[in-house]
Design a binder for this molecule. Sequence first.
Ligand code: ATP
Length: 265
Amino acid sequence: MLRAHQKVITLPKYIISIPIPRVLSQSQSQPPTFLLPQVGGRNRYLSLPQRGPRTQTRNFHTFSITMAPPPPQTSSQKGGNAPIVISGPSGSGKSTMVKRLLKQYPDRFALSVSHTTRKPRDGEVDGEHYNFVTKEVFKAEVEKGNFIEHAQFGSNLYGTTFAAVSTIQSTGKTCILDIEMEGVKQMHKSHLKARYLFIEPPSVEVLEKRLRGRGTDSEDAVKERLSQAVKELEYAKVKGVHDRVVVNDELEKWWDGWLGVDGFG
Ligand SMILES: Nc1ncnc2c1ncn2[C@@H]1O[C@H](COP(=O)(O)OP(=O)(O)OP(=O)(O)O)[C@@H](O)[C@H]1O
């Protein structure tokens, strides 16, 4: 219900009714300027063209004004909820980062559930930690072109299906993929729109220390991971492979770095 002190402003698509708390200028020689209700915590002012189309009814005016075009989109906004691909050498801190991200923003991000042919470990739930399938099923899905990326580690196959990503996207969340270098290469070939984030250790020496500190690998496995790390760090230097590189040094600094990444935080 309009009151006498309210005016109707006709915009291209909307008709909005706004209370006008204060007329800042309304002399004959200047266009009338109004203080609008706060938007995003800031005052907005509206100047109306003096000779624009204007009609007067009993208690209020109707103005036609042209709205300013929307601000240009940043690249991350253009990406919408395109998946975020997190990669980096083993021990660089991918899992640490993903865990923190999912804990802090449970409504915003979800980790894609990979397929694997390995047997579930104690406590692992099918469809939650992995989609556990047989080699036959896995290979049939590969044949059908249902995998974005897949690879063999030891005697087991691992991979991400297009469906795993779209299932998360359909919930409105951003899908996170934690994958290694070969997976990144395949993802680029798949032409799936994604944002690529590389987690870089401060140095190979620090990486070695962290791998040993984690205490999950044998001496041979640590050596194997380190030699693979050198290859991954080389590949990460290739232009266009990653949108962002975050050096995982001090945890808090690194987290701020993550949050500062356009559209990733
Ligand atoms: N900024 C950091 N400072 C100190 N230690 C860290 C930091 N980030 C991670 N770590 C430690 O480094 C070790 C390796 O991290 P994490 O397991 O997250 O690596 P990852 O990249 O997920 O490895 P993988 O690919 O083998 O799963 C862990 O013990 C973790 O606690």
